[in-house]
Ligand binder design. Structure first.
Ligand code: M6R
Length: 608
């Protein structure tokens, strides 16, 4: 979705802004623009389409100035055109604004502003911000932005410059993330760390309803009520090379190959082998209450939701806790009644997904305790929950979530094991689970070493327009996640189903042109999955099985088999998702899709 990068400092702003915009491309966007200030002059360029179009527009022009704001827009109000691209300005071209989020009362504000003479040049909600700020400006830009914040309803992360206020940028947030970056060469503001990670890893998070004035060597934060806020910079773990391809053709493939490290990073320093107990320091603020917990509700969207569905089975196996999993986008519309001592776990890679944030805010209103499993340190979900566990998976740039799914499953397993060991789970089971977790990185490497075989399977089937993914119990969420991966990056229609449901409808679709990916483990579901596979076979549907090493029976039934190493039942999902990811990746590659930035999708969905 929309992205923001701003810079004020010793160097020329334009190349830094372009570099930052390129780092934001992964979020998904349809136009881009920048405004650079040099004394009392502001030079603004905007273009529909990719950053390259903006670069072409700028061409050989020299853009002087060390202060600038830049934006990638993902259209909400008004089509993706140059006129709707940010920055937007007031009548006199004094104020330039970039904005993420939605101004909900823009229509009535626009009507009033028009009456006072404002001329609107775009269809966006953002433009009201420029006109409002201009109308309040009396020489103090920070004050004008604060007065504007009081007038607008909705969400924003915004950055503003004014012709009469050189070398200064005012930024503000409500609901949309905004962070300040501090370096020797200048000060940054951005919607996420990746935009400025090349220049600094020292960041300061703005809270909702705060604004800040940033200059080349300083920043001041205040509340909407003009109270000064003291906050110092934190160091983020991400390095510039994390946001580079490092020789891989796509971030998605790079991130799939990072997964052995992702698992290591999720468990490093977090296990006591001898006691068979994980140590999760992030949970200590709520530990006394959490260890008595009997109900957990996991709220999440997309891939994070499927990780939650998997966790339900894992918690059931390791603990006495009853787990429900809810789509965050639906959760807040329900009549929420929590049993005493219920914990809500919000799970999110970005920590900024609007639906997940809205869900936890509603749960908070109803008195529930909140935990977060989040990758982005300091993100909104991380800060709005009472305690939690970070994934430490590094940036995930590909729009399709891959390594974060594996990380979420690993963290959830650690959490279930921790709680289980304080309930009825034996030392032997604890130790066995930890051993199996520690073996996972090498087992994932083993699967990755078979990538060529998976590519060959993709070659065989990528032209088939409809696929079915089936699994039971631990295999069911993997079927849903496998189908999501395939459809979002290859645009092949795919459905993920509980295998037992096949007879209740989807079997009508089976024919020689519809491949089924069957997730079949040697667990208590094995014979039932075999029956489902037989049913598909007898209707001449092609079968690609993801099965356990040593399963010879499946070879006789399936057209193609991808083997995963043996592990505990609860950990099979972590291994079996890897072939699904690779299958989706290779199909998309063969179909020539834009793998890291699939059409219509954004990495971080910050609007509801
Ligand atoms: O950042 P989050 O984990 O909250 O994001 C949730 C979904 O938007 C995300 O998983 C999405 O479904 C991905 N495109 C899946 O690959």
């Amino acid at each position: 979705m929309c992205g923001i990068i701003c810079y004020v400092g010793k160097d020329k702003a334009e190349p830094i802004l372009i570099e930052g915009l390129k780092r934001l491309e992964y979020r998904g966007y349809d136009s881009a623009g920048l405004a650079v200030q040099d004394g009392d002059q502001i030079c603004c360029h905007r273009a529909k389409g990719k950053i390259i179009e903006l670069e072409k527009k700028i061409g050989d022009m020299t853009i002087p100035g060390n202060t600038g704001i830049a934006h990638t827009r993902w259209a909400t109000h008004g089509e993706p055109t140059e006129a709707n691209a940010h920055p937007h300005s007031d009548n006199d071209g004094n104020v330039f604004v970039i904005h993420n989020g939605i101004i909900e009362n823009y229509y009535s504000l626009k009507k009033n502003l028009k009456k006072s003479g404002a001329v609107f040049k775009s269809e966006t909600d953002t433009e009201v911000l420029a006109h409002l700020i201009a109308s309040y400006f009396d020489g103090d830009l920070n004050k004008a932005v604060r007065q504007t914040m009081a007038k607008v309803e909705g969400t924003f992360g915004m950055a503003v410059i004014h012709k009469q206020v050189p070398d200064e940028i005012v930024v503000a947030r409500r609901g949309s993330p905004l962070i300040i970056g501090v370096s020797d060469g200048g000060t940054f503001a951005a919607s996420d760390v990746s935009a400025m990670v090349r220049y600094t890893n020292k960041v300061v998070h703005l809270n909702d309803n705060e604004l800040a004035t940033i200059t080349a060597d300083d920043f001041t934060i205040s509340t909407g009520q003009a109270q000064t806020v003291q906050r110092s910079a934190e160091t983020v773990e991400w390095a510039a090379e994390d946001a580079d391809l490092n020789g891989f053709p796509h971030f998605m493939l790079k991130e799939i190959y990072e997964q052995p490290d992702t698992i290591q990073n999720a468990i490093r320093g977090r296990i006591d082998r001898g006691e068979g107990v994980p140590k999760l320091g992030g949970l200590s603020p709520v530990w006394e209450q959490l260890k008595e917990c009997r109900h957990i509700v996991i709220v999440a969207c997309g891939t994070s939701y499927y990780a939650g569905c998997e966790a339900k089975y894992v918690f059931e196996k390791l603990t006495e806790i009853d787990v429900t999993v809810a789509l965050a986008s639906e959760f807040r519309y329900r009549k929420l009644n929590f049993a005493p001592n219920t914990f809500i776990i919000a799970m999110s890679q970005s920590g900024e997904t609007a639906d997940t944030l809205a869900a936890i805010r509603e749960a908070r209103r109803k008195g529930a305790s909140l935990l977060g499993i989040v990758n982005v340190v300091g993100s909104s979900i991380a800060r709005e929950t009472d305690a939690g566990v970070y994934n430490h998976a590094g940036p995930e740039i590909g729009v399709a979530s891959t390594k974060i799914f594996i990380s979420q499953l690993t963290v959830l397993t650690l959490m279930a094991l921790l709680l289980g060991r304080h309930q009825n789970l034996s030392l032997t089971d604890g130790v066995e689970t930890i051993r199996a977790l520690e073996a996972l990185p090498d087992q994932v490497k083993d699967i990755l070493s078979k990538a060529n075989d998976i590519q060959a399977i993709a070659e065989k089937y990528h032209k088939h327009g409809n696929w079915l993914f089936l699994g039971r119990k631990y295999g069911y969420p993997i079927a849903m996640e496998g189908a999501l991966k395939l459809k979002e990056i290859s645009y092949i229609h795919a459905e993920g189903y509980a295998a037992g449901e096949m007879k209740h409808g989807p079997i009508a679709l089976i024919n020689p042109k519809m491949p089924t990916v069957a997730i079949i483990f040697q667990d208590s579901m094995y014979e039932k999955m075999i029956s489902n596979i037989q049913e598909i076979k007898s209707r001449r549907g092609p079968i690609i099985a993801i099965a356990t090493e040593g399963d010879e029976k499946i070879r006789e039934l399936a057209d193609d088999v991808i083997y995963i190493p043996k592990t505990l039942d609860i950990l099979n999902p972590i291994l079996s998702v890897v072939p699904c990811q690779l299958l989706a990746y290779y199909c998309a590659q063969l179909l020539g899709r834009n793998i890291d930035k699939p059409r219509n999708l954004a990495k971080s969905v910050t609007v509801e």
